[in-house]
Design a protein around this ligand. Structure first.
Ligand code: FAD
Length: 620
């Protein structure tokens, strides 16, 4: 905050919004040697980016749509190429945190053999094609057919699917809130790679207005509001980059009140059930719900996470799941777990997020095609749309009748749009979590290519550097480059032993620490040791059913910009995501520890606890 409020400071970019898109732009710009500030009116990733399905995936649904010629097959193809390439980035950038997840698509023998297996194989071949020429040394495995015995051995407790066949395929699972934070924290380190200019980060700072040149109307800075100190202040910046997610239109309209609205909110709900429904690192895809969607059932940090829905929604930061969405997901789950499972009794939490879907114009498509060097042929689309229409009516795709186009928000493109306003406002909207790095690269490339916009910028690198380094918490990227992947795993195993034998940390907690912090896990334990007293031991579990430690609160306050108790409980140590009841139970102790570290008065402590418990009401 001191640096951001320094009147002598002038940024190349002020990035509004510290979700996935803001993190992608910050990492790209900082690593090219541009000076940025990132602000968020709440905590980083507290918007959509911590409420996703937590999959860095190509998108088997887009693949299916592309094969069925639904929507715009070229658009789906372009999106898939990007997402398939980028899912590997997660494994490379934070190998301790993101991992391969095995997913079963249960079905009949004939459907598995003639529909899902060829489909998944083609999807995997497309992925391998994307990896050709890249220097990733990590990747996800290809698909395989699974018959009754295999399914029984992999999913012993799910009797309903034991008589079925299926296809096993793989995607990457991430820890979205922490991945977002790690990308931002990495972007903030001066000289993390040669020439990198550490970004300044500030949460609980709201964008209020632009400062514009009275003659030219060009943006020269912004008026911001420090919500913690209740104080307005100004920053100077050559550019404002709008990464405000579902709130992006508010910034666009403030810049130009006569512009059209672009953002359509699409709500998605997830349910979390008690441990034990699924084995570790495994999941199941329900390929077709009653309304033609797809549902993931995934093991996430030991609990079972199921989702999601896709409904048009008003724009709000505080969003809650509806009972109808919960009932819909449970009714679909019965296909897999049967009628006898105690769904209500084992439901631990339900939460929702809103996708910032973007209205894309022909002009956007043209600009993007020009930027990517693709020729646009206006007749191409009409021929394909005709073909797609005929195909839907008459074709049978590998033995499955083709369903009609999906209605509602599910049918709207998941593409991102980068818009340049005459004032110099750059809006980066929509897209997938999976492509956040690529979106950042594209935005910074487009800005640098525009000579007027990047006037006065002095980047160290013309080309993107983000594929050349991993995040804080990783062992050196050299291990990956020299192809000794096995050692990364062994090193983390040795590290885990070190925490268990030399610091007396239970194995499950040591695993969890490494999963969240990688090589910084020891610093968490040491922070706990330093802050412990005879009466108060901090390297202990925060809640008996979860592996997170109390020392993580101390570490997060000192190193991860925690301001509010919910920042701990919903993102740094995501117990709130996993169980609402557990979150309510630990909240008084979290507030107690925070109050001591932050020297809160008794009245502030009371107020923070009340506010934190009220915020948990958005989780069902
Ligand atoms: C239910 C669901 C499931 C999903 N699952 C997946 C998935 O599995 N894989 C995948 O790839 N994608 C997934 N997505 C999509 C993905 O989560 C989003 O595309 C992505 O998180 C959007 O990031 P963002 O940065 O645009 O928005 P956000 O994360 O919402 O960030 C915007 C930030 O801007 C801040 N802000 C707004 N206004 C202001 C202001 N005036 N001043 C300061 N700050 C401001 C907000 O506080 C917020 O933190 C899912 C989305 C949903 C809803």
């Amino acid at each position: 905050m001191k640096e951001i409020q320094d009147p002598k400071q002038e940024y190349d970019m002020l990035i509004v919004g510290g979700g996935a898109n803001g993190a992608g732009v910050a990492l790209e710009a900082a690593s090219r040697g541009l000076k940025c500030a990132v602000i968020d009116s709440y905590d980083f990733a507290s918007g959509t980016s911590s409420r996703s399905t937590k999959m860095a995936h190509g998108g088997i649904r887009y693949f299916e749509q592309m094969m069925k010629l639904e929507g715009d097959p070229f658009e789906n193809f372009a999106l898939l190429k990007e997402t398939l390439h980028e899912r590997n980035y997660f494994l490379m950038a934070a190998p301790y945190q993101n991992k391969q997840l095995k997913l079963l698509i249960p079905s009949t023998f004939l459907n598995s053999l003639f529909v899902y297996f060829p489909g998944c194989l083609a999807y995997h071949l497309m992925y391998l094609k994307q990896l050709m020429g890249s220097n990733y040394d990590v990747g996800v495995d290809g698909p395989s057919l699974a018959f009754k015995n295999k399914i029984r051995s992999l999913y012993p407790d799910i009797k309903n699917i034991h008589k079925l066949s299926g296809v096993l395929m793989h995607e990457t699972q991430m820890m979205d809130g922490r991945m977002n934070l790690n990308a931002l924290l990495t972007s903030s380190i001066e000289g993390f790679i040669p020439g990198m200019k550490g970004a300044n980060l500030a949460n609980y700072v709201e964008f209020r207005d632009y400062i514009k040149n009275a003659q030219t109307g060009k943006i020269e800075g912004a008026v911001l509001f420090d919500k913690l100190k209740q104080k307005e202040f100004k920053v100077r910046s050559k550019l404002v980059v709008n990464c405000a997610g579902i709130h992006a239109d508010e910034l666009r309209l403030k810049d130009n009140p006569s512009t059209f609205q672009r953002i359509i909110g699409a709500k998605g709900t997830h349910l979390i059930f008690k441990k034990g429904m699924l084995p570790q690192d495994q999941g199941i895809i329900i390929p077709k719900t009653r309304d033609g969607r797809l549902i993931f059932i995934l093991n996430y940090l030991g609990q079972t996470m199921v989702g999601t829905t896709d409904e048009k929604s008003p724009i709000t930061h505080h969003v809650q799941p509806d009972q109808t969405e919960i009932d819909f997901i449970i009714s679909e789950l019965k296909q897999v777990f049967g009628d006898d499972y105690d769904y209500q009794g084992n439901l631990e939490s339900a939460w929702a997020g809103i996708r910032p879907l973007v209205k894309e114009t022909d002009e956007d498509r043209k600009l993007k095609a020009e930027f990517l060097g693709i020729e646009t042929d206006p007749t191409r689309m009409s021929i394909l749309q005709k073909a797609s229409h005929n195909a839907k009516r008459s074709l049978i795709w590998f033995g499955t009748k083709i369903h009609g186009t999906k209605e509602g928000t599910a049918a709207i493109s998941r593409n991102h749009v980068i818009e340049f306003a005459p004032s110099g406002l750059v809006s980066v909207m929509g897209g997938k979590w999976t492509t956040f790095r690529k979106i950042g690269e594209e935005a910074v490339d487009m800005i640098l290519r525009d000579k007027a916009l990047s006037n006065g910028f002095e980047p160290k690198y013309k080309e993107s550097q983000t594929l050349n380094f991993a995040y804080i918490g990783s062992y050196s990227r050299a291990f990956a480059l020299f192809g000794i992947k096995q050692n990364q795993i062994q090193l983390f195993e040795q590290y885990e032993d070190h925490l268990v034998f030399n610091y007396d940390i239970p194995r499950e907690c040591a695993k969890s620490l490494i999963h969240s912090y990688g090589t910084l896990a020891l610093k968490v334990v040491q922070a706990g040791e330093q802050a412990s007293t005879k009466q108060r031991k901090l390297n202990e579990r925060l809640h008996p059913e979860f592996p997170f430690l109390k020392s993580e609160i101390i570490y997060a306050i000192k190193n991860e910009m925690v301001e509010k108790p919910n920042d701990i409980v919903c993102r740094r140590v995501p117990i709130g995501v996993l169980s609402k009841q557990a979150a309510v139970q630990i909240m008084p102790e979290v507030v107690e520890i925070m109050a001591k570290e932050k020297r809160w008065s008794n009245s502030q402590k009371k107020q923070e606890l009340e506010e934190a418990l009220a915020n948990l009401q958005f989780i069902k």
